[in-house]
Design a protein around this ligand. Structure first.
Ligand SMILES: [Fe+2]
Length: 166
């Protein structure tokens, strides 16, 4: 991929693997991924709609192709690539550099995808702020419960050490 000698599985506990169910009437808004390379495996296609669409290499580390991005955001899909895919379709793309999303799902059943992320930097984890922004309250609670447990553990450790001195 872009002449990279190696890509590592993203080490982030939330981002490495996601299974996403898009229910009828929902879609995945245009976005860039936080890691460079994304692999998706479509587990269950939508009855109709639910197309994966992307604007190849719409940004670099230095700049974004604003004209192309603005056209897409205004609803002009003429420069986007779109795949009408069946279950089992395996896609590898530069999600961090290609604006992408999934069109509205129609029918009666959800479209289900496994999404795996990779990065050229080994051990890459994503900041708590970004993960909370992406995953919302569920991840916010996991992180705050974990911090509370750490603080509680520290208090218990301090109490034991203080009381043993007297
Ligand atoms: Fe994505």
């Amino acid at each position: 991929m872009q002449k990279k000698p190696v890509l590592y599985r993203c080490a982030d506990e939330f981002q490495a693997l996601n299974v996403v169910a898009l229910h009828p009437g929902s879609w995945h808004a245009w976005h860039y991924d936080t890691t460079e390379c994304t692999v998706t495996l479509l587990l269950k296609a939508a009855e109709s709609g639910g197309d994966f669409a992307f604007l190849p290499n719409s940004r670099t580390d230095e700049a974004e192709d604003r004209d192309a991005v603005d056209r897409l955001l205004a609803g002009d899909m003429s420069h986007a690539q779109k795949f009408d895919r069946g279950a089992g379709t395996f896609t590898l793309f530069r999600g961090g550099y290609s604006l992408h999303g999934v069109t509205e799902v129609f029918g009666t059943t959800p479209r289900i995808t496994a999404i795996m992320t990779y990065d050229e930097q080994e051990g890459r984890v994503i900041s708590d702020d970004i993960n909370v922004r992406i995953y919302g309250k569920r991840v916010e609670k996991i992180l705050s419960d974990r911090k509370a447990a750490l603080v509680q553990g520290q208090k218990e450790y301090n109490n034991e050490n203080c009381s043993s001195r007297y």
